[in-house]
Design a protein around this ligand. Structure first.
Ligand SMILES: [Zn+2]
Length: 213
């Protein structure tokens, strides 16, 4: 499939490519999104222009977007109710941007729309990189910590655990990101188990692409 990726840094996007190929169970041809985003809320701001670009100027099948949750509300099964939208949940917000941007667009390049995949790294993508290596890092523990106002770890600590520094140079960040997500050898079950909403939403969206292909 032809896929565009959008995340918060080139390192995140390198890891995202490995994960997308694992879920789709096939190598993907990368399509350039035309614009870059750096962090939240920039991703949501540039997303409409990227979707229009992909739809009209490319033959991309879909766009996969992953952002860090930071301290925002984590997506839950309740948010999946028809017509429901949590204004502080980044998955709900990004899905709404997809809906608005793609609504009423005429078919182009032989397809009706650009397929959507949205994921949320809770609280940051380094948590995904630690999956299977540091069992104390899970979505459930983070959400429990939010509820009791006692976060189990900070985003800074996660960076130390992954890179050995809080401010990794980009080549190190990319190398470590790809190393850690490649550790799963294409089997994302552990990631889905430990991160059922943020990673699970991404994986479920991507699997729906295979059915629509
Ligand atoms: Zn949500």
């Amino acid at each position: 499939m032809k896929v565009a990726l959008l995340s918060e840094s080139p390192a995140d996007e390198a890891a995202l490519r490995v994960l997308v190929e694992a879920v789709l169970a096939e190598p993907v041809a990368l399509v350039q999104p035309g614009l870059r985003a750096r962090g939240w809320p920039n991703v949501a701001q540039v997303l409409p222009a990227i979707l229009r670009h992909l739809h009209f100027n490319t033959d991309a099948d879909g766009l996969a977007v992953v952002v860090d949750a930071d301290d925002s509300v984590v997506h839950t099964a309740e948010h999946e109710a028809p017509g429901y939208h949590h204004p502080l949940c980044r998955i709900c917000r990004l899905r709404a941007v997809f809906r608005r941007a793609l609504r009423h667009l005429p078919p182009a390049h032989g397809r009706t729309t650009v397929l959507r995949a949205v994921g949320l790294a809770v609280p940051a993508i380094e948590a995904w990189y630690l999956c299977g290596r540091d069992t104390s890092v899970t979505e459930a523990r983070w959400v429990d910590g939010q509820g009791s106002n006692q976060p189990p770890y900070t985003r800074r600590e996660l960076k130390w655990r992954v890179y050995g520094t809080e401010r990794p140079p980009l080549p190190l960040e990319i190398r470590r990101a790809v190393q850690e997500v490649s550790r799963h050898h294409g089997d994302v079950r552990r990631l889905e188990h430990d991160f059922p909403q943020g990673f699970g939403s991404l994986a479920r969206d991507l699997r729906s692409w295979r059915r629509s292909a």
